[in-house]
Design a protein around this ligand. Structure first.
Ligand code: COA
Length: 393
């Protein structure tokens, strides 16, 4: 089952990449319209790109097939070879629509997008009805405040807490909320056996109709704001690293005030392996924290650190045996949270103010570089290889 799901996910990602770069559409407008109008179809198409939730691979393939049928008519391309599983799944979905007319396909496309939008509006309304500050208001996080400590928990354990666009936005919102609440310190951790597997690689495939450059720009704007939320966070921010950490969840650790880790944790930044480059201000903070040659091993040559190595290099404050990790960490956190709140805030301000402008500049430079990297052949083929390797499992 997992293999099929992975294959299907990879297929959709490929489909989105291809469809976004498709030339503009032509319709047979001479026949009397029986279904949705071209304008309604165009409207549905643009609404699709604003949807935040992932409807699942089956639905996404259906959308693809209806789109092809509506714009090109019944499937008339040669059947792809058995091993070309990506194109084969696209072809199967399109072929399965048989000979339904372009008008009917257009109508079904509009109906499907309409029902997905309705479902999404319903779930947003339910979330908005939750009292402010309660974790349930977030889709991807658990947020709670207790004993002067606000805890933000990344909550996608089935995906190793990979950070989606929605999660990036929610973390920014949760940090803004924690900055204003009455707590003395804020704790950041992950649900399940992983701390975080970094950027959700499927995000690379949600490309708006405007194309990959536009997607890269949107991603860059979001990343810039995300990292700024850490740079600007006014209170002590503590990472409780409950398991392996990858990518951006590692790089932003240089902007935390304390990092506690279980001995099971590891720290990996496989940027060059993915055709990408450093972010989270790590191109500046890591050489400062651990020295240039050790930082280069991580940021250029993808070295994965154990918790003990990360502690020896200064990226981690303290490492605990897994058996007493939470009890020991929370004993320390409760003690920290009893310190005078204002004194903590002002002391952090003093330390951060020396660096703030430089951190903004580093963030901007890293984001600029990544915007170019995300559209590079090196990056796109590395991401495709990741999913193709998984699909073969
Ligand atoms: N983006 C998207 N999905 C991810 C992900 C990521 N960064 N990390 C994990 N997942 C998904 C997997 O695809 C899998 O989904 P599935 O159950 O639908 O197949 C699920 O999370 C569990 O991951 P899996 O790979 O089966 O677990 P694992 O313990 O064997 O390996 C990782 C975990 C994190 C080592 C591995 O998933 C990985 O290398 N992920 C990519 C990490 C990465 O490169 N991040 C970007 C850094 S810049």
């Amino acid at each position: 089952m997992a293999g099929v799901a992975q294959r299907s996910a990879a297929v959709w990602r490929f489909i989105k990449l291809r469809r976004s770069s498709a030339p503009s559409l032509t319709f047979h407008t001479t026949a009397a319209p029986m279904g949705a109008t071209v304008e309604e179809f165009e409207e549905a198409k643009s609404k699709l790109s604003t949807m935040r939730s992932d409807p699942g691979n089956e639905v996404k393939l259906k959308i693809y097939a209806l789109f092809k049928q509506a714009t090109q008519g019944p499937c008339n391309t040669p059947k792809p070879g058995m091993l070309d599983f990506i194109n084969k799944a696209k072809w199967d979905a399109w072929k399965s629509l048989g000979s339904i007319s372009q008008d009917q396909a257009r109508q079904q496309y509009c109906d499907l997008i309409g029902s997905m939008l309705k479902a999404e509006e319903g779930s947003s309304a339910r979330a908005a009805a939750q009292p402010a500050g309660v974790g349930a208001a977030y889709q991807t996080l658990l947020v709670s405040t207790e004993e002067n400590i606000t805890t933000i928990t990344m909550n996608r354990p089935a995906k190793k807490n990979a950070i989606t666009t929605e999660m990036y936005k929610e973390i920014i919102a949760a940090l803004e909320q924690a900055a204003k609440d009455d707590s003395a310190i804020t704790v950041f951790t992950g649900a399940g056996d992983f701390y975080c597997s970094g950027n959700d690689l499927t995000s690379f495939t949600r490309i708006p109709e405007a194309g990959m450059e536009e997607a890269a720009k949107q991603g860059a704007d979001l990343l810039r704001s995300y990292v700024r939320a850490y740079i600007d966070f006014p209170k002590p921010l503590v990472a409780v690293v409950n398991g392996p950490a990858v990518g951006i969840s590692v790089t932003v650790l240089g902007l935390f005030d304390l990092v506690y880790a279980t001995e099971q944790a590891s720290f990996h930044t496989p940027f060059t392996q993915l055709g990408q480059s450093a972010e989270g201000c790590s191109s500046y903070t890591f050489p400062r924290i651990m020295g240039p040659t050790k930082a280069n091993e991580m940021l250029l040559f993808n070295k994965k650190l154990t918790a003990d190595e990360a502690c020896r290099l200064g990226l981690v404050t303290e490492v605990f045996p897994d058996s007493c990790f939470l009890s020991e960490v929370w004993r320390r956190l409760r003690a920290h949270a009893r310190l005078p709140r204002q004194s903590l805030v002002l002391s952090k301000q003093l330390i951060r103010s020396m660096e703030k402008e430089r951190l903004y500049a580093v963030n901007d430079a890293e984001v600029e570089r990544l915007m170019e990297r995300w559209t590079s052949d090196e990056c796109i083929s590395a991401i495709m290889s990741f999913f193709q390797a998984k699909a073969k499992l």
